[in-house]
Write a protein that binds this ligand. Structure first.
Ligand code: CUK
Ligand code: CUA
Length: 644
């Protein structure tokens, strides 16, 4: 068919014309290549990532925004940034933290009454059904102020922030269990669970680590704090985690370091940390049966209540055969369960090997109560060798793993070698290595940690960019590098600078699984999904006064803000409910009043509230902040503040 078509077109156009068109293109192409100094392979790589205008990406990536406290959304293979989602940090464009409704979400993240306006996001996680991404919710942790946030993928907005009631920092979250029953959040630096002072000399007795199992309702997309519980661990510094699936369903796995329980000793002039925290050759992988522990936690006899939160003590977990330790290479980073759930790969940054544990072997040791010993807290230790499928030398500084759809194939980041290594964890053979620039931390496969990895690409999340981009001063952007893994060997396609904090981990999902709204049902409070009490339709605009309280019911539609004037007395408490009456896609209106540090972004159909005290006398123009039509500048009004 193809052949006869081309024959037909040759006949129609004439062979000479076809040849001249082709060579014309070639001439143009070689001219551009020459001008820009591009090789043939450069052009092929460019073509693999180029999206002509209007063409969309195959995958959507959710990257942590590190110290920005936000989430970065971009497309693959184009590596074009699509959105920053305000999570733990105010985000002015979206009005996040500047209107009343979003401020209520941000303030859910207060810790012990303190308002916190920054976060250190590390590990985003997508909700799962049968271990596969369902495209509904995104969770992310804040390491600095231990919290988990939930983002709704129907509008890419943060809906809930839940501070951890017992941890003082977290790292090993967020990870969904295979049916999004729970979100795992592991503490990082051991600290007392209560909020009191405990001297460091009492470290072993009063400092603790743990894993909080946040109960998640996948229908409404909210954490249920009252149905959640924490499993108490020894005061090792717990680290990354993962949930079992398939044959390891119901189990969780959490790394640790500093099983030496090194605390320094004196306040100044301490020897370097590494010596104390890395003395032992191995640390402990924590293996716990969260399914069993969740049932135990329902009985008040099995839990301690700390800060109004259920904690299952270690001895209860041990007595019920639900908590075990297995030695792992010291100072590990990732623990990553394979798509079948049988294997888990642990990489220790100070060991050149990856260790492949076989859950069948682990389960057998557990079932036979075959223990190699106990730790100082009485937790059974399983023999490392007997738990291992095998180990393979990969290179310097192996950190994290992402799986491929090919059985047994996995990709691992090598931090020190600055490489990605492709290897087979069943045959224990290295297949290929690719250099990246420089110091890769995490790597992100396409659904690469789910039960259904898609392959196609790997993204290297590099800690350093050094000389990859135009120098913009001593603080450089981060560098995400896209690697094509469709062929036998890897091929690095393109660099993307990320200038919004240090992205620690990213998760990618097939774009076809996402179905976000283009508008809200008229009058929706986007933060709750319910109809806003301030919903105002055309003709219902009004200003109500009750003593010092002034309530404005406003609408925005091209090209009017109604009312066009709001007169108040100095000291009045002003509440402005505003509704964007637009139905057209992308017709967002913004709203601000000069000098009042407030901003709302109203997507079509959305209602939101701005609240402030009119404490400064004068005349204050207000206006729509989003260029919405040819009459955008005309979309304004005045707030008059009189001294009565
Ligand atoms: S990460 Cu958080 S220190 Cu390797 Cu998961 Cu960067
Ligand atoms: Cu509405 Cu500009």
């Amino acid at each position: 068919m193809k052949k006869s078509q081309s024959k037909f077109s040759s006949m129609l156009l004439g062979t000479a014309l076809v040849a001249s068109v082709a060579s014309g293109a070639t001439n143009e192409l070689s001219k551009v290549m020459k001008e820009r100094g591009l090789s043939e392979i450069d052009v092929i790589r460019a073509a693999k990532t180029y999206n002509p205008t209007g063409v969309k990406d195959e995958y959507v990536v959710f990257s942590s925004g590190g110290q920005s406290g936000q989430v970065i959304v971009y497309g693959v293979p184009s590596m074009r940034i699509l959105k920053y989602i305000g999570v733990f940090t105010p985000e002015p464009w979206q009005g996040y933290g500047f209107d009343k409704d979003s401020l209520e979400v941000l303030r859910q993240g207060n810790i012990r009454g303190r308002e916190i306006n920054w976060g250190d996001t590390h590990h985003p996680a997508l909700s799962e059904i049968d271990g596969k991404y369902d495209g509904k919710w995104l969770a992310i942790n804040d390491k600095a102020n231990p919290r988990i946030a939930i983002i709704d993928l129907a509008d890419f907005e943060t809906k809930q922030i839940v501070p951890n009631p017992v941890f003082k920092s977290d790292h090993g979250g967020a990870f969904f269990t295979p049916n999004s029953e729970y979100i795992i959040e592991a503490s990082q630096y051991a600290a007392p669970f209560d909020n009191n002072y405990h001297p460091i000399e009492e470290y072993k007795e009063t400092y603790r680590g743990g894993v909080t199992m946040w109960k998640f309702d996948n229908k409404i997309g909210r954490i249920m704090p009252d149905d959640s519980f924490t499993i108490e661990f020894p005061p090792y510094h717990q680290d990354l985690s993962d949930a079992g699936k398939g044959i390891s369903y119901g189990w969780g796995f959490t790394n640790s370091f500093n099983t030496e329980m090194y605390t320094g000793g004196i306040e100044v002039g301490m020897p370097p940390n590494e010596a104390g925290m890395s003395r032992n050759d191995t640390d402990f992988l924590h293996v716990y049966n969260w399914e069993k522990l969740a049932k135990l936690a329902e009985n008040p006899k099995n839990v301690k209540i700390i800060n109004n939160h259920k904690v299952v003590p270690m001895d209860i977990a041990v007595k019920n055969n639900a908590l075990f330790l297995i030695p792992e290479p010291k100072s590990p980073h990732g623990v990553d369960v394979d798509p079948t759930g049988q294997y888990l790969i642990v990489c220790g940054k100070l060991d050149t090997h990856a260790s492949v544990y076989d859950f069948k072997k682990i389960k057998k040791l557990i079932d036979n109560k075959e223990y190699a010993g106990k730790d100082p807290y009485g937790i059974p230790i399983l023999d490392m060798k007997k738990s291992l499928h095998g180990q393979l030398e990969l290179g310097l500084g192996p950190l994290h793993n992402q799986y491929s759809p090919v059985d047994g194939e996995v990709y691992t980041s090598l931090y020190v070698d600055s490489q990605v290594v492709k290897w087979n964890f069943k045959d224990l053979k290295v297949i290929d290595k690719e250099n990246v620039h420089y110091n890769i931390g995490h790597l992100a496969g396409m659904e690469g940690k789910s039960a259904d990895p898609q392959g196609d690409y790997i993204i290297a999340l590099n800690k350093l960019a050094i000389d990859r981009f135009q120098n913009v001063g001593p603080l450089h952007p981060q560098n995400h590098q896209l690697i094509d893994i469709k062929g036998k060997t890897m091929d690095l396609l393109v660099d993307m600078p990320l200038p919004l904090g240090e992205p620690h981990q990213a998760v990618a999902i097939r774009a076809s699984k996402l179905h976000p709204h283009v508008r809200y049902k008229m009058g929706t409070n986007s933060k709750t999904g319910k109809i806003h009490k301030g919903k105002t339709l055309a003709g219902e605009e009004r200003i109500e006064r009750d003593g010092k309280n002034v309530t404005v019911y406003a609408t925005l539609v091209r090209s009017h803000i109604n009312p066009e004037r709001i007169t108040v007395n100095k000291g009045d408490k002003v509440t402005i409910h505003m509704t964007n009456l637009e139905r057209a896609q992308d017709e967002t209106h913004g709203f601000t009043i000069d000098n009042y540090d407030i901003h709302g972004s109203l997507e079509p159909g959305e209602t939101t509230t701005l609240e402030f005290t009119a404490d400064v006398e004068g005349v204050f123009p207000y206006y729509c902040t989003e260029f919405c039509s040819a009459l955008h500048l005309e979309m304004m009004g005045y707030m008059m503040v009189k001294d009565p």
